[in-house]
Design a protein around this ligand. Sequence first.
Ligand code: ASP
Length: 333
Amino acid sequence: MVLYTLGGTIASSDVDGTGGVRPSLDGAALLGLASGALGDLEVEVVGVRQVPSGELTIEDAVELSHRITHDLERGFDGAVVTQGTDTIEEFAFALDLLSTSASPIVVTGAMRHPGELSADGPANLAAAIRVASDPSMRGLGVLVVMNDEVHAARFVRKSDSASLAAFASWATGPIARILEGRTRRYVSPPPLARVLEPVRPGTVVPAVALATCALGVDARLVEHLVDLGYAGLVVEGFGGGHVPARLVEPLTTLAATMPVVLASRTGAGDVLASTYGYVGSERDLLGRGLISAGFLDGPKARVLLSLLLATGATTDQVVTAFARLHRSATELA
Ligand code: ASP
């Protein structure tokens, strides 16, 4: 088993005595806190970053994914990544899109730092290591383990700012739970289609903007994206994928020059395709060249679009990739 540490609350302490915690504990210290629950499992530790997870980038995920692939090929049976929970849903999904290994890759973190009562980091780490060393968890894609639940990276979202039960997967719920020291699996997500060409470490990931519709929103942001150097846009529309009529022409113009992906700001459920017929509806926007995010929320759609653009994908290839990924993930239905 190999453990990669990137910082976050799970590794945070008040090192400066200021009263505020920041990432500071290394992997050996994290393992020390969880050691009582690890038995004779052997874990090799790799310190990667020591940051709040808002500092992580898609480039970091590319680098780490290569390292994990290399280490799994060397013979490790699984990999665990610890990081801040603020961006787990995106970082784990990036690893999922990039990973080519069937061995379990499990991402975890903590909602309470080690100095708090009932800190959850040690239990989360022990559970993540248990899941990553369980052969029955192979081939399920990248997983996120929090609060004794196992979530598929493709669906999971941080849905609460502070609760220990902050992580939820709208489509399936947790696919497994840790119960009495064992992993019990209830759902097997179908394999995600491999929609990315290889992304080499060091590749520059083009900037993709994420814009959320809100009551009375105007078009200024959309109109300036090209000048600002963005290579793509994910727009989180209202409900099933709707925007005010005043955004339609600017979005249409933009979609002729760069991929514009339409997601829903609701955070759950697919983008609609064929229900509403008004200007700014999902039918209207998809007919004007916007690309459906399918089941992906805005942040996850942005990860996919960014990685596709990093591989030099054309807009047509982006359309195909989003559609293939959506079909592969919804096979259960
Ligand atoms: N701010 C922290 C981070 O994402 C929160 C956490 O780890 O839970 O790094």
